[in-house]
Design a protein around this ligand. Structure first.
Ligand code: PMP
Length: 414
């Protein structure tokens, strides 16, 4: 067998693909090849079925109902909280707050923690690799509090410059907010080191885990981070759900983010007392169905095993990177040593949008543009890239098809 097309025997990719109905269709007359997994990945049947079962079987509002359906829905919703506690290895279940996803989780911390703990002339540090979701909420908080936003520069290969970071840290640093893995370049950041250095100056650390949740082992206690954010839709779960993990002692000191039902203990027109964790941060009717189905996404990942998923995706990445770099007019963007299965590239003389559109006519879905990281693109002197991002259901044959198509498009547009 050609070693380049060998796959780890532990994963049966055909069987995995069979669990993803969306993959079995033709797009523009060609079999769909889905390489836009960093934007959102596809959903296995067990997640889709969980949504249908919830709406067909026990749709009800949670927590306050005493009837059977309400109890069933509450139990399912809280089961996911326990699963997510295990998924990130949080010490306490009430450290898991359900949100709409990473964007809302970061906004919650920037707004609630920032409102109380950020003062004039304090500093917040983020990196040059961040998604707009991990830039704009901090800009807003800093503007309101007259605090300063500092940016850790990145190297040409797309890694954080740790020497500069170390010099940026001081007693004025109150918050450091960094992604675990970059959506544009795939870089896996050395978060343990980043967290340790931040804690030495007394800052709290938020980790944006959007691109890590489906690929890397998460252990918030081993990392030592204060906050960790996840979007369900990037880990085979439904859109519109996610979590904020926060250390209990910090969450307890933070004021509510939104007011309304569920987050209260007692309301009079004179004074409201707030609910205990985690409900203090879950105002209103939450996204019950999608949280319930997220549990099946966790089961899906656990059944395959994160190590096996990572091993297979790393093989796909190495296979794609090798072939892409052999095309003379292709330039790889993002060549960090440690990466998740994301490869950005540009093609000499061909606009990334044109390449994306031409690939789509061949049924291949890639992402093109700035990937919500405009400052990063500016740093790299680019308007955008073509980005192929791989998941456990992708195959080397699909990568062969991508490479062949890129070569043909280059020849055609020459
Ligand atoms: N951070 C990173 C690194 C991301 O890739 C994304 C999604 N592209 C986000 C934050 C925002 O996640 P969401 O849109 O699910 O809130």
């Amino acid at each position: 067998m050609n070693p380049l097309t060998a796959i780890p025997s532990s994963l049966d990719i055909k069987k995995i693909r069979d669990q993803f109905p969306v993959l079995h269709q033709r797009v523009n007359g060609k079999p769909l090849i889905y390489f836009d997994n960093a934007a959102t990945n596809q959903k296995p049947k067990q997640v889709i079925n969980a949504l249908v079962e919830y709406y067909q079987g026990y749709n009800a509002n949670i927590h306050r109902g005493i009837h059977t359906l309400a109890e069933q829905a509450t139990k399912a919703y809280e089961t996911t909280r326990h699963s997510m506690q295990k998924f990130v290895n949080a010490e306490h279940v009430e450290e898991i707050i359900f949100t709409r996803g990473v964007t809302e989780s970061i906004n919650l911390v920037a707004s609630s923690y920032g409102r109380v703990f950020l003062k004039e002339n304090d500093e917040v540090i983020i990196s040059g690799l961040e998604h707009h979701s991990n830039i704009v909420p901090w800009q807003m908080a800093c503007e309101e509090k007259k605090a300063k936003l500092k940016i850790i520069p990145i190297t040409e290969s797309g890694e954080i410059n740790l020497d500069v970071y170390q010099n940026q840290l001081s007693a004025r640093t109150k918050i450091v907010s960094i992604n675990h893995a970059s959506n544009s370049l795939g870089t896996i950041n050395p978060i343990k080191k980043i967290i340790k250095l931040a804690h030495e100056v007394g800052a709290v650390v938020l980790i944006d885990g959007a691109q890590a949740a489906a690929h890397l082992k998460i252990d918030v206690q081993a990392f030592g981070c204060d906050f960790y954010c996840i979007s369900s839709h990037k880990m085979y779960g439904p859109t519109g759900a996610g979590i904020l993990y926060g250390k209990k002692e910090l969450l307890e000191k933070m004021p509510p983010y939104m007011g309304g039902g569920e987050m209260i203990k007692d309301v009079t027109f004179e004074k409201t007392t707030y609910n205990d964790l985690p409900y203090k941060f879950e105002a209103g009717t939450p996204n019950i169905a999608d949280v319930v189905a997220l549990n099946e996404a966790v089961n899906f990942i656990n059944e395959l095993g994160k190590d096996q998923i990572a091993e297979y995706e790393n093989e796909l990445l190495a296979y794609a990177t090798k072939q892409l770099s052999a095309i003379p007019s292709v330039k790889l963007i993002g060549t960090a040593k440690e990466k998740v299965a994301v490869q950005s590239f540009i093609i000499e003389g061909i606009h990334h949008f044109d390449m994306g559109q031409m690939l789509d006519t061949r049924g291949i879905a890639v992402r093109t543009g700035h990937h919500c990281t405009q400052p990063l693109m500016e740093r790299l002197g680019l308007e955008g890239t073509v980005r192929a991002s791989f998941s456990v259901y992708n195959t080397k044959e699909e990568i062969d098809e991508l490479i062949e198509s890129i070569k043909r498009i280059i020849n055609f547009l020459k």
